[in-house]
Design a protein. Structure first.
Length: 338
């Protein structure tokens, strides 16, 4: 018998997109699904759109005060009946018939990983099977995307720790959830090497209206360290350096970025480089400047330097640009035909 998949959609002020999201889920070829819509205190009419579907036998509609994405996901998991859990953001859509193929891979694992429209090149480079230990390292160092979408989770992976993070963590809560799941997981991961998820750029989403500061990065990284110490012990400087460098790079992409080469978070990265015996001149240069102009200059030089050392990155950039143009064309064609 086909297993029941509970698809949980936290909804908050996405009236422009949520119906397209719902329809993309209900039109999947895999039909043994339970769609759980959790309206997290929307004020723009999103709830009214969701209510149109609540009388369908495989749809559950829940309303709650605005408690945040983590609380909405937790409520969805608590109300779910499926053997498998999938999360979908309410401004995104599921593509094609990917869920059917992911379920086919779920027989010997607790996690099935798939691609989304922004990471298809990365997903296709992964092996068909990733060991649980390697997967944990990839999540901790953000060597793979850490958002929950595009994944199929066995419900047994969810416990009192999985979605227990305070609402303070409005950025990085996906990272912490996936890290806890990777710690608790005991099986190797299966990979579906196709894109089954369209990730939309929404300028009003949480990740685009909140700022990633050094103070915040330090809190997230310290919490992650405490989570994995039970697996790796107290000392893993190379992984800590890689993890913190990724977070540092993310802060540079924030338009409100404020540099400070003397901040404890920045000093930590240098210390872990030294402990791991890693000498990366461009990174150290980037960590040693504080003026916005200097940071931007070194950041651009670093990107050029990396591509000179790895010419394949130029090809990857071109493929990524071509892929985004192709996806935009498909989405426009779909809307026009509708």
């Amino acid at each position: 018998m086909e297993p029941l998949v509970s698809i949980i959609v936290p909804v908050y002020n996405t009236a422009e997109y949520v119906e397209e999201c719902i329809q993309s889920i209900l039109s999947q070829t895999y039909k043994n699904i339970e769609l759980i819509l959790v309206n997290d205190g929307s004020t723009d009419g999103s709830g009214d759109i969701c209510k149109k579907y609540e009388n369908r036998p495989n749809v559950i509609y829940i309303e709650q005060d605005n408690l945040g994405t983590t609380a909405a996901r937790r409520r969805g998991v608590e109300e779910s009946h499926g053997e498998w859990i999938m999360f979908v953001d309410s401004d995104d859509i599921l593509l094609d018939n990917g869920l059917e193929y992911m379920v086919e891979l779920s027989g010997k694992t607790n996690i099935v990983l798939s691609g989304h429209t922004h990471n298809i090149n990365l997903i296709q480079k992964l092996p068909d099977i990733i060991s649980k230990d390697e997967y944990l390292k990839m999540i901790y160092t953000r060597g793979i995307y850490v958002a929950p979408f595009g994944r199929l989770f066995h419900k047994s992976l969810f416990n009192e720790r999985t979605l227990a993070f305070p609402r303070y963590y409005v950025l990085g809560e996906d990272y912490l959830m996936n890290l806890q799941i990777a710690i608790d997981n005991k099986e190797d991961i299966r990979v579906y090497k196709q894109s089954m998820y369209y990730r939309r750029y929404n300028p009003l989403s949480t990740m685009h209206i909140n700022s990633l500061t050094f103070d915040y990065c330090q809190k997230i990284c310290s919490l992650a360290d405490n989570m994995v110490m039970g697996v790796w012990g107290n000392r893993f400087p190379l992984l800590q350096m890689k993890q913190r460098m990724v977070f540092f790079n993310l802060t540079l992409k924030d338009v409100r970025y404020h540099s400070d080469s003397h901040h404890p978070f920045v000093k930590d990265i240098k210390r872990y480089m030294d402990e791991a015996g890693v000498w990366r001149p461009m990174d150290r240069w980037l960590l040693s400047v504080s003026s916005p102009w200097a940071v931007k200059t070194v950041w651009n030089l670093r990107k050029v330097w990396m591509r000179l050392g790895h010419p394949s990155m130029f090809l990857r950039d071109l493929k990524k640009m071509a892929g985004m143009v192709h996806i935009s064309y498909i989405m426009d064609s779909t809307r026009n035909s509708g």
